[in-house]
Design a protein around this ligand. Structure first.
Ligand SMILES: Nc1ncnc2c1ncn2[C@@H]1O[C@H](COP(=O)(O)OP(=O)(O)OP(=O)(O)O)[C@@H](O)[C@H]1O
Length: 251
């Protein structure tokens, strides 16, 4: 685990427990992530991945434990633009009448003040982000008129335009074509090499060694955290999935 590059951890979740009514979604889960790292979060349906994201984002306050983002409170980290989130596709209203460029511009809102009037530097940041995700030619399309992979790229561009140094991506490869997957994977690698930390939930275990420096196996608590090839050993997967999901669909 590369937690050495900066002594202050990018993400530090300690002993987090979350209930939804009677349902125990996180059970004393702890996760420490350094800067400049891509980390894959894997676990079966209902293992708590989205709940962990919401907890890291400060949307859910855990019953026990603490969350620190670069040493600060998650809400503070969101306010200062350091923490960004790419939601699952189902969580987005794709019919909303907004162009791709404007979706990316929402990443700049925190830095614009209450007028939300875009300045030259905001337009420049949006254009650069669109270019990095190869969506410049689609900038004026309504967001719902993109393919699944292009939609994901638009949301990654929003994080880039925001200047976030910690990014959480909830299943960015679900329903995504191979070209978009390769573009996103390469981009996340570049972003991490520039010092950002990227936590990605995915069901694509086969792709994990190419995608991530580290993997986390979640089953309400963090069962394993380390290099993907170690975490994805058959005995560990059996613990988390009760079978060998490399041979079958992991979901
Ligand atoms: N709003 C909610 N109310 C009640 N229970 C919930 C709620 N959200 C999640 N849960 C439950 O909490 C547990 C963890 O759910 P969560 O969505 O975090 O899992 P996940 O690993 O992201 O699943 P998936 O891979 O299917 O997206 C599950 O048992 C789920 O049914």
């Amino acid at each position: 685990m590369n937690t050495q590059r900066n002594p202050e951890l990018a993400i530090s979740v300690t002993d987090a427990t979350v209930h939804y009514g009677q349902v125990l979604a996180l059970d004393h889960a702890s996760l420490q992530m350094g800067h400049g790292t891509v980390c894959g979060l894997v676990g079966m349906n209902g293992s708590g991945k989205s709940t962990l994201f919401k907890t890291i984002m400060g949307q859910i306050k855990p019953d026990t434990g603490t969350v620190k983002i670069s040493g600060t409170d998650p809400l503070q980290a969101r306010k200062n633009g350091k923490l960004a989130y790419v939601p699952q596709s189902e969580a987005v209203d794709w019919n909303f009448p907004i162009a791709v460029r404007d979706v990316v511009m929402t990443g700049r809102y925190g830095q614009m003040g209450w007028t939300r009037r875009a300045k030259k530097k905001d337009h420049a940041a949006v254009n650069e982000a669109l270019e990095r995700v190869e969506l410049t030619d689609y900038a004026d399309r309504q967001i719902g008129q993109l393919s699944g992979g292009q939609k994901k790229r638009a949301f990654v561009a929003r994080c880039i335009a925001q200047g976030a140094s910690i990014m959480l991506l909830d299943e960015p490869f679900a329903g995504v074509d191979k070209r978009s997957e390769a573009t996103i994977t390469k981009l996340l690698r570049e972003i991490a090499d520039e010092g950002a930390s990227v936590l990605i939930s995915t069901h694509d275990l086969q792709a994990l060694p190419d995608l991530a420096d580290e993997a986390v196996l979640l089953m309400r608590k963090v069962l394993k955290h380390g290099p993907p090839e170690e975490v994805l050993r058959a005995e560990n997967l059996a613990l988390a999935f009760g079978l060998d999901p490399m041979k079958r669909d992991a979901s």
